[in-house]
Design a protein around this ligand. Structure first.
Ligand code: SP5
Ligand code: ZN
Length: 342
């Protein structure tokens, strides 16, 4: 299968992250994408192609226009305020505060448009976000034009980004943009299968009231794992979307046996839904050596994920999400893809 990749991701570098009581270099770093790209080459998965530039209007199909317009302004406004370092918020409109009034300063807006301090900006961040969006849409275009599958090697990732907020290393929800692209180009139904260790809260929020995009999510139980405030089993969709959101929260320590039982159930529901196309939010932070996660999948398990997805027999777009054990991230992510092609 073809891989779409942009070197522009590399400008999103050196951003800091608040974790376990300290400000540390972000786990979501450029070497992640480079290890994956190198493994795509080593395994001869197929050609690696650059993205075509796409109109940002496609992002407004799933995100609020004011949120999308805000993103390119962050770093310039931050510099205008005399700042350096990493731009992120520190005040959030939680229960009891006003989220209906849009504030005016960069500090306030960063809080207004985020749910955590995990999506911070440096000088090259907007260019990287835009390139990641272009990567997703270019790969989606290949699948729309008849390729069995394509790999969008997106960085930064997207599944924590909601209609009007960033967080969890995510800014534009690449998988959601791609799913909407398929809908807008004639697909009647799309399924998103999110196998990242963390719940894809942004993807769930975007499609929660819709029956035309089924969202299946396998992840660490939010009672004890980030993003904490969404991803429980009783979240099944609302209104027209009732029954089209399915969550599989799993406890710390979950290994292949437990995890693959959830995958099996998700695949059965996906088959029953009969979508025209599948978007896989491909995170490999389920790996036993992941530095911020608590599942126990082994490298030998990833090709099995790919084989199960291939058995669905549907056009499939893989969109890169998380995975922070950088030495093995290429082996694991590309393992899914080679498993798919076997
Ligand atoms: C796309 C994606 O995978 N985003 C993940 C964002 C996770 N951010 C919060 C991580 C908190 C980890 N806490 C465990 C500390 C272990 N030392
Ligand atoms: Zn994750």
């Amino acid at each position: 299968m073809k891989t779409i990749f942009s070197p522009l991701h590399a400008g999103h570098a050196g951003q800091m992250e608040l974790i376990s009581g300290g400000l540390v270099p972000g786990f979501e770093k450029p070497s992640r994408a480079e290890y994956i790209r190198a493994r795509v080459e080593a395994e001869k998965l197929g050609p690696i192609l650059p993205p075509a530039e796409h109109d940002i209007a496609a992002a407004r199909r799933v995100h609020a226009a004011d949120y999308i317009d805000f993103l390119p302004t962050v770093w310039p406004e931050w510099e205008k305020a005399g700042r350096s370092g990493s731009a992120f918020g520190f005040t959030w409109p939680t229960r009891g505060l006003r989220a209906d009034v849009r504030p005016k300063t960069i500090d306030a807006l960063l809080g207004y448009y985020s749910f955590d301090a995990g999506a911070s900006f440096v000088a090259g961040t907007w260019t990287a976000i835009k390139s990641s969006f272009d990567v997703a849409l270019t790969a989606a275009g290949l699948v729309k034009d008849g390729e069995r599958a394509a790999f969008a090697l997106c960085r930064p990732p997207g599944h924590h980004a909601g209609a009007a907020f960033m967080g969890g290393y995510c800014f534009i929800n690449n998988a959601a943009v791609a799913a909407q692209f398929f809908r807008d180009r004639g697909a009647a139904k799309v399924s998103i299968l999110d196998v990242d260790y963390h719940h894809g809260n942004g993807t769930q929020e975007i499609f929660y009231a819709r029956a035309d995009v089924q969202v299946l999510n396998l992840h660490g139980d939010p009672m004890t794992e980030y993003p904490f405030f969404l991803g429980h089993a009783d979240e099944k969709g609302s209104g027209d979307g009732e029954g089209f959101n399915v969550n599989y929260p799993m406890p710390f320590g979950t290994a292949w046996d437990g995890w693959s039982a959830s995958l099996e159930d998700a695949c059965a529901r996906l088959e029953a839904y009969r979508p025209d196309v599948v978007v896989v939010s491909l995170g490999v932070d389920t790996f036993e050596k992941d530095p911020i996660s608590q599942f126990k999948l082994k490298s030998e398990d990833y090709p099995k994920i790919g084989r199960r997805i291939a058995k669905l027999g549907l056009p499939t777009l893989f969109v890169m999400e998380g995975g922070y054990a950088v030495e093995e991230i290429g082996i694991n992510a590309v393992g899914v893809l080679t498993g798919f092609e076997q």
